[in-house]
Design a protein around this ligand. Structure first.
Ligand code: PLP
Length: 389
């Protein structure tokens, strides 16, 4: 069988793979980024009502007009962005479709995209799908700061066509500061590059951190595609509901691609998402408090077990050194953890450039307290080879 070079270039997801072997072993799944607790009742009730009242056919391909209008209100309220709902917003199937649409609309085969590492696993295969190439620039622990030296390296030689900014970042939990985003904005303007902003964790922030959208910075509205979704904010990763915001000409391109790819996002769930956007500030406060408490449950347990975790400032992952497990590499560390403690985590390989040796694991704490407490007990019992206990 002759397969396309594109299909052959893509390796299966390590994140989804971890979920599969987790099921086989009956391990606690701290691997994939999805809650194992119920979605909010008001969302489920709104979805039930939408299906019962027959909101079951294709919608406007760009998304329900009321939902786009509600998103424009959200962007004005929370992101300091002025957005035209009729010409600058597209509802799509998850942040995943949104990111793919942005890449398809902006890139040609051979184009380069600047990606800061560690990065979200999907970016590499998403670029391979459009024939574009990643240009990786490493950020360093503990703060993963983006400064002039980092950007000079990223833009050296032929500048990249686009930069992916993921704030808050999966897997490190970094939240980009306004100063860092200003710097990226200056480089994008100087080198005529686009910013693709993946803001899917925009409401999951700790210790008073502030989310800044790069599209809100001077000069950036015309050269940014902002992608976000209902998945993480409303604990409905399986609904596959996301949105893309970009200036009119770009949105026209994105809408054409979206229409022929998926036609529209799930109709009843778009109606339910309207209810989500009516949630008041107490919902967002509750979300932050919920995840901050979960972070503060898992983090000390990992530290006590001898890991060297960094406290995330946003998103719901812990990115940690796992040498204490004694594996030769991250994959072996993940394997040892699953067999010794019955916990699945994701090996660092899929968040780093290919072939980069590492001893890192990513743990997801978007889990019920019951799951997290069981994980903490298993970590307590974990026999480690290491020193750091
Ligand atoms: N972007 C980041 C950084 C993610 O972590 C994820 C999912 O984990 C996505 C995008 C995909 O989002 P969605 O489930 O809405 O497609």
């Amino acid at each position: 069988m002759k397969l396309s070079a594109r299909a052959q270039a893509i390796v299966p997801s390590l994140i989804r793979d971890a979920s599969r072997y987790c099921q086989e072993l009956g391990a606690l799944n701290l691997a994939q980024g999805l809650p194992d607790f119920p979605a909010p009742e008001f969302m489920k009730e709104a979805a039930r009502r939408a299906i019962a009242s027959d909101r079951n056919q294709y919608t406007d391909p760009w998304g329900l007009a009321e939902l786009r209008a509600a998103l424009a209100t959200k962007y004005a309220r929370d992101n300091a962005m002025t957005v035209d709902p009729d010409r600058e917003v597209t509802i799509c199937c998850g942040g995943t479709e949104g990111l793919n649409l942005a890449l398809m609309a902006l890139l040609d085969p051979g184009d380069e995209v600047l990606i800061f590492t560690p990065f979200y696993e999907n970016y590499r295969p998403n670029l391979a799908t459009v024939g574009a190439r990643p240009r990786f620039v490493a950020l360093s622990a503990p703060d993963y700061v983006v400064d002039e030296a980092v950007l000079a390296e990223g833009f050296a030689g032929t500048p990249p066509r686009a930069v992916i900014i993921n704030t808050p970042t999966n897997p490190t939990g970094k939240v980009w500061s306004r100063t860092e985003l200003d710097l990226v904005a200056r480089y994008c303007e100087r080198y005529d590059a686009y910013a693709i902003a993946d803001e899917i964790y925009e409401y999951i922030l700790y210790d008073g951190a502030e989310h800044v959208s790069i599209a809100s910075l001077p000069g950036m509205v015309a050269r940014t595609v902002t992608v976000s979704a209902f998945s993480k904010t409303f604990c409905v990763t399986g609904w596959r509901l996301g949105y893309v915001v970009a200036q009119t000409a770009l949105t026209e391109a994105i809408r054409k691609l979206h229409d022929f790819l998926t036609i529209c996002a799930p109709a009843p769930l778009q109606h339910a998402a309207l209810a989500a956007l009516e949630a008041g500030p107490e919902y967002y406060r509750h979300l932050r408090d919920l995840y901050q408490a979960k972070r503060d449950l898992l983090l000390p347990a990992l530290t006590r077990a001898g890991f060297q975790p960094l406290a995330p400032v946003g998103a719901y992952y812990v990115w940690t050194d796992a040498r204490v497990l004694g594996g030769a590499d991250a994959r072996e560390a993940a394997h040892l953890l699953a067999h010794r403690a019955g916990i699945a985590a994701v090996p660092g390989d899929c968040f780093l450039p290919e072939g980069q040796a590492n001893q890192r694991l990513r743990f997801c704490f978007a889990k019920s307290d019951r799951t997290l407490e069981a994980a903490c007990r298993a970590l307590e019992r974990l026999e480690v080879v290491g020193h750091a206990r």
